[in-house]
Design a protein around this ligand. Structure first.
Ligand code: NAP
Length: 339
């Protein structure tokens, strides 16, 4: 039986970053671990998720999620083992997915958790390929972009958690051609040699528009945007008539201190009758059972590959987060500890 820990470490935001986050904007603090109240459970976190959207929650601006509070633990996806339970529905020893990451121990309402099974998939997969990023890829490609067989698909951030799934899912469902962009030659090699992309390029090696035109000489029908900026502008130029874009993320501007320019060629939307639509994965929760069933099958059959970059130790969570923004990850960035 696990003993109730007296204290645990958690990451607090102590200042709002201006531009790129700095170590002094964050503090790893040791605090008392409360006992779970009625309906609550105590979870020993095992894997934490660091995600690009967290950068937005560090700003004090109105958005679709509230900003992190200063001098409070940050939040985020986590999976862990239940070590105490005051809830009928969850037992000690169960594994759960919940939203109180960035800390070693979490006291959380049982109804705000989802049980996960380590026998079906490694626990970290519930933060990546079988979790929020995987569902984002699935919903963004099939529901928002209305992908259909024979489409040519371009995805940016293609070696990341979301992007790597988008490209492979498009191939599995019969894309005519899948093109990815990523920030290193190693990532480009992975896309083509292991994930089955038809073409890929390193956006740091030259202008995106020219590299995309070369990779997609007959144009693109779907663009899955994880990056914004120059990538979006290039996609607008390469779109065929009636092209569809899923606007999922704009990581190229998350640390910008000045407003970034709009695509200079937005008028293509008119002539090509384009549809650009944003996605918030939370709107697509109803797809979850279908997503888990279909993607689970692709994983079992070996049709879908995934990678994780694992950083060990809660003390390294800040480095993992900034590393994610710098592109140090291939696939899902995970912080792992308490083993
Ligand atoms: P990820 O792609 O695993 O990691 C972020 C990647 O962004 C880095 O590895 C880096 O790869 C790339 N990057 C960083 N700066 C860049 C720049 N200036 N230009 C081009 N690429 C850059 O992260 P993820 O979790 O899968 O998220 C991908 C995108 O989806 C993010 O924009 C995120 O905000 C968004 N997202 C949106 C939703 C939603 O509901 N709307 C949900 C999940 C994620 P390189 O080495 O290739 O540069």
């Amino acid at each position: 039986m696990s003993v109730q820990p007296k204290t645990g470490r958690e990451w607090h935001l102590v200042a709002r970053p201006h531009g790129w986050p700095k170590p002094e904007d964050f503090a790893l603090r040791e605090t008392a671990v409360p006992e779970p109240g009625p309906g609550q459970i105590l979870v020993r976190n095992i894997h934490l998720s660091v995600d690009p959207y967290m950068r937005g929650r560090m700003n004090d601006v109105k958005s679709y999620t509230p900003p992190f509070q200063l001098d409070q633990p940050m939040e985020g996806g986590a999976v862990g083992e239940v070590i105490a339970s005051n809830a009928d529905t969850v037992a000690v020893g169960d594994h759960v997915l919940h939203g109180l990451g960035w800390r070693e121990y979490a006291v959380v309402d049982a109804k705000r958790t989802a049980k996960v099974d380590p026998e079906i998939a490694p626990l970290s997969a519930y933060l990546g390929v079988l979790g929020m990023p995987g569902l984002t890829a699935y919903a963004g490609l099939f529901e928002v972009a209305a992908f259909k067989e024979g489409d040519t698909v371009f995805v940016s951030g293609a070696a990341g958690a979301v992007g790597s799934q988008v490209g492979q899912m498009a191939k599995i469902k019969g894309a005519a051609r899948v093109i990815g962009s990523a920030g290193s030659d190693e990532k480009v090699k992975l896309l083509v040699e292991e994930y089955g992309f038809d073409a890929a390029f390193n956006y740091k090696n030259g202008p995106v528009a020219a590299q995309l035109k070369e990779a997609a000489p007959d144009g693109i029908d779907v663009y899955f945007d994880n990056v914004g900026g120059e990538h979006l502008e290039a996609a607008l130029s390469s779109f065929n008539v009636h092209g569809r874009a899923t606007i999922c993320g704009m990581i190229a501007q998350y640390n910008a201190t000045e407003p970034t320019p709009a695509p200079r060629n937005l008028a293509h939307v008119i002539g090509k009758r384009l549809r650009l639509q944003g996605i918030l994965v939370g709107d697509h929760a109803a797809l979850q059972p279908q997503f888990v069933a279909e993607v689970g099958e692709w994983l079992r059959e070996g049709k879908l590959q995934y990678r994780e970059t694992v950083v060990e130790g809660i003390e390294n969570a800040y480095d993992a987060f900034v590393g994610l923004l710098r592109g140090e990850n291939t696939g899902k960035m995970i912080v792992s500890f308490a083993n």
